[in-house]
Design a protein around this ligand. Structure first.
Ligand SMILES: Cc1cc2nc3c(=O)[nH]c(=O)nc-3n(C[C@H](O)[C@H](O)[C@H](O)COP(=O)(O)OP(=O)(O)OC[C@H]3O[C@@H](n4cnc5c(N)ncnc54)[C@H](O)[C@@H]3O)c2cc1C
Length: 422
């Protein structure tokens, strides 16, 4: 007993040395720091964002706007300028890669990096798939040349026919022509992954609808086995609104361990809930989506925990605008004693949304990267329509953001004006 007493100071020193609490003091952060949240926006930008978010508060107006824009484009009416000055300006970086540069530079000045996201959807036919592949290769080259573009990203549906993928997943017989077309699609997919590997640019493959995602998952796994031997370069997407997705993530980790490669995992909740439910009802199979939001939330946070617990093998990108999930991840990083700048963990949001989350995390030293969509105005309309719908109704996160924008406008007005020097 006496001996133990004598050793208490030594033991205390030992535990203090191991204790995570004594690690370097990390700056606290809050998503409500207005100055940080909107420092990248001028007074004029802020007012424009406020006006747009207010308009989007009326779901009927949003629906009518989407319908009008589609009509006017098909009838050749000159609505392009209005769209460009409003929703396009809010949610897109420009019409081509070069045009995005000022936005990439501006975000980088506040510690937020970008991912060029070629957001043209609904491609059909070999020539448009080939053109999309070329554009994606250019985003990889741009990322290789610019440290503020740490990732590239693409959707498989932009380079291969989704009908074919669906038939392949359902194991329906394919004609010779269809098989050729599918294998050309896979070649394009692998070419993109290999280009990312050659350039050493991390590459994310977006998650899509479950009825063809299975084929994409197989291709991504092949690419990871080939290109992720030294580090996580190719990332798959895990949509945690699916009941089976946590298990898929664990299986993928198991495969990575068994075959000795690194797993790149982008976590999202999932964007196609209504479509998934409609398809399941139409085809008569069980709904693959969690029956309620809290089950999705719970799986998302469990997936974050799983990735951080297995950080030696998994690199993680958390794609979410949910404050709670972003807080959970920030706490996990600190709790595990990881550096906030550890390249294995990134927070990610979409450009034009959730700035209070992105910029406050970046200010506190975490890695943050924003998807920066680009493409010709007419071609990115489906993407813009989804963003407008997602933000319509001014409830939840958008409502909160609008409130913060109003407060920031008021705060700036209350600041004393600097006397001008004659
Ligand atoms: C950087 C980034 C990349 C993304 N990439 C992809 C991608 O590759 N593929 C993709 O599908 N999506 C992608 N998304 C979109 C994402 O899946 C979500 O739709 C969106 O971000 C909203 O989820 P949240 O976590 O931000 O916030 P929240 O507002 O907390 O969650 C909303 C989400 O919860 C789920 N949900 C809502 N209601 C219910 C319910 N009743 N039952 C079950 N679940 C419910 C839905 O998934 C819904 O989208 C991406 C998002 C970001 C920010």
């Amino acid at each position: 007993m006496k001996k133990l007493k004598a050793e208490i100071p030594l033991l205390t020193c030992f535990f203090w040395y191991l204790c995570p609490l004594k690690m370097e003091k990390k700056p606290a952060f809050s998503f409500d720091n207005l100055e940080t949240a909107f420092a990248h926006l001028s007074d004029d930008d802020l007012k424009k964002t406020q006006a747009l978010f207010r308009l989007m508060g009326y779901p009927a107006l949003v629906k009518m706007g989407i319908w009008l824009s589609k009509m006017s484009f098909s009838m050749g009416l000159p609505l392009e300028k209005v769209i460009k000055d409003t929703v396009f300006r809010q949610f897109c970086g420009g019409e081509h890669i070069e045009a995005c540069k000022p936005t990439v530079d501006r975000l980088a000045r506040f510690g937020v990096k970008s991912i060029l996201d070629y957001s043209v959807e609904g491609n059909k036919g070999e020539s448009s798939f080939a053109a999309a592949k070329e554009e994606i290769l250019q985003t990889i080259q741009a990322a290789q040349a610019n440290e503020n573009l740490p990732f590239a990203v693409f959707k498989a549906s932009g380079i291969v026919d989704t009908g074919l993928l669906t038939q392949a997943q359902a194991k329906e017989p394919l004609s010779e022509e269809m098989q050729d077309s599918l294998s050309m699609g896979k070649d394009r997919f692998m070419t993109i992954c290999e280009a990312a590997f050659q350039a050493q640019v991390r590459l994310m493959v977006d998650g899509e609808e479950s009825w063809f995602q299975g084929v994409i998952d197989q291709w991504v796994r092949e690419a990871m086995r080939q290109f992720n031997k030294e580090n996580a370069l190719v990332f798959n997407t895990y949509q945690l609104y699916r009941k089976d997705m946590l298990r898929h993530l664990k299986d993928a980790h198991h495969d990575a361990v068994a075959r000795g490669y690194f797993l790149g995992a982008k976590l999202v909740r999932g964007a196609y809930m209504e479509k998934e439910r409609e398809m399941a009802a139409a085809k008569g199979y069980p709904d693959p989506i969690h029956s309620n939001k809290s089950d999705t939330d719970q799986d998302y946070d469990r997936a974050l925990q799983f990735c951080i617990n297995n950080k030696q093998r998994i690199s993680l990108v958390s794609g979410s605008h949910n404050e709670m999930s972003n807080t959970v991840l920030a706490e996990l990083i600190d709790l595990h004693g990881l550096s906030r700048a550890d390249e294995r963990v990134y927070f990610s949001q979409l450009y034009g949304m959730s700035d209070p989350i992105s910029f406050n995390l970046a200010k506190a030293g975490f890695n943050v990267v924003k998807y920066l969509p680009y493409g010709p105005v007419k071609e990115v309309l489906p993407y813009l329509a989804r963003r407008a719908e997602e933000n319509s109704g001014i409830s939840g996160q958008t409502g909160r953001e609008l409130k913060l924008i109003k407060q920031e406008i008021r705060r700036r007005k209350s600041l004393p004006e600097f006397p001008t020097i004659a």
